[in-house]
Design a binder for this molecule. Structure first.
Ligand SMILES: Cc1cc2nc3c(=O)[nH]c(=O)nc-3n(C[C@H](O)[C@H](O)[C@H](O)COP(=O)(O)OP(=O)(O)OC[C@H]3O[C@@H](n4cnc5c(N)ncnc54)[C@H](O)[C@@H]3O)c2cc1C
Length: 332
């Protein structure tokens, strides 16, 4: 039964019949690892009326796709999804299982790992194989000051989650693969809350990951009042506001505005980082930006190592002048 399906698995998340980009990105990485280790890539997709999505997963790198199509899986729910994935793991015994560190993945992956008694590395920034084909899971550790490489030598599957935007999807290429529809064996009760309706909120601001300009503020901004300067600068440049963890904790910015290992990954044309020290947890989410300008009072701030233009000084003096100059230029 296991056949070629015990290699590298990717859980391909879908919402409302739309594939989440992170599944395609993970397939790109899985393909690279599988080619190195001569293994096969299997994508797993759960939902209802989702069969047409399977071919897209094959075109993006999967050798085979396991499709769990059932009305009870239409909308994501933790318990049924965790049960189905765990029973698939018991049946096929995959070596590796990768999931997106999305709202769904961060809830689902630990539940699955606990059910099948294996380990899980959350929010990996890279994945490699050692010479024996074991998965090396790279995460910033101990406050972001070091990069830790984690292995799971004794338990299977080796599980890791990765934030959207970190891995790169392969371009789609028509190819053939196996599509296997599975029977869903779920009890009628004990599946947790029933979802009656899903209402999607329309974002009221430019999504961070789509913005060409990102102005990000950190703990150095100091207060909600000063945070308005970050918002004004972003608005003036037609960009989006990003943040490190502390401004989110303080309530100056929203969770969805956080950039980094446990936030969003951004690759804008211009990233301006203000009052940000440059801890690895944040840097992994912005270091692929095209141009990076940072402002910090500390001449030794780590963020300067990743910057194209550095400004040493107090943002409270620099940003108002910058805003004034940009306004004047825009009026010309
Ligand atoms: C598991 C885990 C995951 C995490 N994930 C993330 C994540 O995804 N994203 C994230 O951002 N953080 C994350 N963190 C938190 C992270 O470790 C840091 O604590 C955080 O990024 C630091 O934010 P900061 O640079 O704004 O603050 P600080 O490190 O306190 O830096 C503030 C900077 O502001 C400068 N400054 C002060 N006053 C001024 C001024 N007037 N003008 C100019 N500069 C000034 C200071 O010199 C300093 O460099 C995570 C932590 C853990 C443990």
């Amino acid at each position: 039964m296991k056949g070629d399906m015990n290699g590298i698995w990717v859980f391909a998340e879908q919402r409302g019949g739309e594939l989440h980009e992170v599944g395609l990105e993970l397939l790109g990485k899985a393909r690279q690892l599988a080619d190195e280790a001569e293994k096969k890539v299997t994508a797993v997709i759960l939902g209802h009326d989702i069969r047409p999505l399977a071919q897209r997963l094959i075109n993006h790198g999967a050798d085979s796709v396991v499709v769990g199509d059932d009305p009870r899986l239409k909308t994501y729910r933790l318990i049924p999804y965790a049960r189905v994935i765990s029973s698939l793991i018991h049946a096929y015994d995959p070596e590796i299982l990768l999931m997106g560190a999305t709202y769904m993945g961060v809830e689902l992956a630990p539940r699955v790992a606990a059910r099948v008694r294996t380990g899980l590395s959350a929010h990996c920034i890279d994945l490699r194989l050692d010479s024996n084909g074991k998965l090396l899971q790279v995460v910033p550790g101990w406050g972001g000051g070091v990069i830790a490489t984690i292995a799971c030598p004794d338990h299977r599957p080796q599980m890791a989650t990765v934030m959207p935007g970190i891995m790169k999807a392969l371009s789609a290429a028509e190819k053939e693969g196996e599509i296997k529809e599975i029977e869903i064996d779920l009890p009628n009760e004990g599946l947790g809350p029933e979802v009656l309706e899903v209402k999607r909120e329309k974002p009221d601001r430019l999504p961070l990951e789509k913005a060409e300009v990102v102005v990000a503020g950190g703990w150095g901004i100091g207060s909600r009042e000063s945070w308005k300067m970050i918002e004004s600068l972003a608005e003036l440049l037609g960009g989006a506001v990003g943040a490190t963890r502390p401004p989110v904790d303080e309530g100056w910015a929203e969770e969805g505005q956080m950039i980094g290992q446990s936030g969003k990954t951004v690759r804008p044309k211009l990233y301006i980082g203000i009052g940000i020290s440059g801890v690895m947890h944040h840097v992994v989410g912005m270091d692929q930006s095209e141009h990076i300008i940072t402002i910090n009072t500390d001449p030794n701030a780590e963020i300067f190592d990743t910057s194209d233009v550095i400004v040493v000084g107090d943002f409270r003096k620099i940003v108002p002048k910058l805003i004034e100059e940009i306004r004047a230029k825009l009026k010309e």
